[in-house]
Design a protein around this ligand. Structure first.
Ligand SMILES: [Zn+2]
Length: 239
């Protein structure tokens, strides 16, 4: 079988048979890759814990007819240890890998920007650079933006005016003025709109520390609407 090397982050794993796993990876050069890791669930697996979610590894892969096969995995970013020690970071990391998994639907298509966003978000989480929820929400907003779904926040999506923007419409794609609002619109305050903008642009100093439930639920609705599938992690956070 022809082999290739790449580095990638484990997004998800599924059991296969007695001892194997199917690993879903986002790689730097080959985009999304699904590969079999043989014997990974045995106690003396040569892969150890290198193929668990949030792990970043240097990989040697063999091309298969359906799924590729992981031949070697060397850990290059042990984010998982740091992330798993803190429950908020763990939840945010789950949201991040789940969003990446759903956003990148085509396999073996290079998505360099999405890969960079992913490793920088997991790295920031492991280093506790900012509050975990902000890293998670910022990642989701930016990943969605790169995929073409960016909210308009500075003017009304219907009439274009820049004042009285007290409402937000997910299907219309941004803020709506009081005159144009429909019953389906949700309230948004100016500080909340500013927070979304700061998360989107990575202006961490403007994010403060306060957690905003309204912003989180808005980002959640935004993501679910444009990805058209509910995210499991969101239900976990709210359960
Ligand atoms: Zn308007």
């Amino acid at each position: 079988m022809p082999v290739y090397t790449d580095e990638g982050v484990v997004l998800r794993t599924v059991k296969l048979g007695e001892a194997d796993r199917i690993i879903t990876l986002l790689t730097r050069d080959h985009g999304k890759v699904r590969a079999v890791a043989k014997g990974v669930r045995r106690t003396k697996s040569r892969f150890g814990a290198r193929l668990e979610p949030f792990m970043r590894a240097q990989l040697l892969l063999a091309k298969g007819r359906n799924l590729d096969v992981v031949s070697q995995a060397v850990c290059v970013g042990a984010y998982a240890d740091e992330i798993s020690q803190d429950y908020d970071s763990y939840l945010a990391a789950n949201l991040i890998v789940e969003t990446a998994d759903k956003l990148v639907t085509t396999e073996k298509e290079q998505v360099t920007e999405q890969y960079r966003l992913l490793i920088s978000a997991l790295g920031a989480l492991s280093r506790r650079e900012h509050p975990a929820w902000q890293i998670g929400e910022s990642y989701v907003l930016r990943a969605m933006q790169r995929a073409g779904w960016s909210p308009r926040l500075s003017s009304c999506v219907v009439c274009g005016r820049t004042d009285r923007l007290e409402w937000f419409s997910v299907p219309l794609g941004g803020t709506v003025c009081s005159d144009d609002r429909t019953p389906a619109c949700r309230r948004i305050s100016r500080p909340e709109a500013a927070l979304i903008f700061a998360l989107l642009t990575g202006d961490w100093k403007d994010c403060g520390n306060a957690q905003s439930e309204n912003v989180e639920s808005l980002v959640e609705e935004w993501t679910q609407f444009y990805l058209e599938r509910p995210l499991k992690t969101v239900n976990l956070i709210h359960s």
